[in-house]
Ligand binder design. Structure first.
Ligand code: PEP
Length: 246
């Protein structure tokens, strides 16, 4: 049985004032029936870890470098994320793939660094609207999955997030049938590669998940939770999404 996961991606949002949101979330969720993960900007990680104390909310980075240290101005290593209180890291988000030309090979190298450091890698895959319109969705996702997930990945150290690029921040979502098709495909491809281990790997859906559509998305086959952007910033929005998963 896979434990569900509600993951929030704060992207480039949040300052010290936003710690009030995480405190409110922690107060309302003292014994959640699913895992909760917040990935704030790196500048907030350590303060958020301190604000959370023993609360059952995990923290993650939004990217890491493949190297452990060195001359990489502006970058952050997996070890630094751990040091700041993170247990997870989002890798290969479509915004990073687009803004920083991250290839599948680069994402895989980062995922290897994350695993070696003891961080859970939340690896994102997803098609653009043009790719979906051209009937290439499963091709694209299969290639990203194969190229981005390291050999030896396990259910304990790897989570896959299906995030159609055209659904992120747009208010649009695929049909439930389209989500099921992709998640069933991901499970089958992971099973081809990792055997029985794939049964335990959690598959998140991401892209315009809101309190109003969360329950129906979570009822779809092979959806083990969500990666949530905009609606994770406020406890008042993220709370009901978590409730829909519990
Ligand atoms: C995301 O950025 O991972 C995301 C899913 O964003 P949103 O929920 O805002 O569409």
């Amino acid at each position: 049985m896979r434990r569900k996961l509600a993951a929030g991606n704060w992207k480039m949002n949040g300052t010290a004032a936003s710690l009030a949101e995480i405190r409110a979330l922690a107060e309302a969720r003292s014994a959640p029936a699913c895992d909760i993960l917040i990935c704030p900007p790196a500048t907030l990680l350590a303060r958020m870890a301190e604000a959370l104390g023993e609360a059952p909310i995990a923290l993650g980075g939004q990217d890491c470098h493949a190297a452990t240290s060195g001359a990489h101005t502006g970058d952050i290593s997996a070890g630094m994320l751990r040091d700041a209180g993170a247990s997870h890291v989002i890798l290969g988000h479509s915004e990073r793939r687009a803004d920083h030309d991250e290839t599948d090979a680069a994402v895989r190298a980062k995922a290897e660094a994350a695993r070696a450091t003891g961080l859970v890698a939340v690896i994102c895959v997803g098609e653009t609207e043009a790719e979906r319109d051209a009937g290439r969705t499963l091709d694209v996702i299969g290639t990203q999955l194969q190229g981005s997930v390291p050999d030896g990945a396990t259910a304990a150290d790897t989570v896959i997030a299906y995030e159609p690029v055209w659904a992120i921040g747009t208010g649009r979502t695929p049909t439930l049938g389209q989500i099921a098709e992709v998640h069933d495909f991901l499970r089958a491809r992971l099973a081809d590669r990792f055997g029985a281990e794939a049964d335990g790997m959690r598959l998140l859906y991401g892209g315009s998940v809101k309190p109003g559509n969360a329950a129906e998305i979570f009822a779809v086959s092979n959806v083990d939770g969500a990666l949530v952007g905009g609606a994770s910033l406020k406890a008042a929005d993220f709370g009901p999404i978590i409730s829909a998963l519990e």
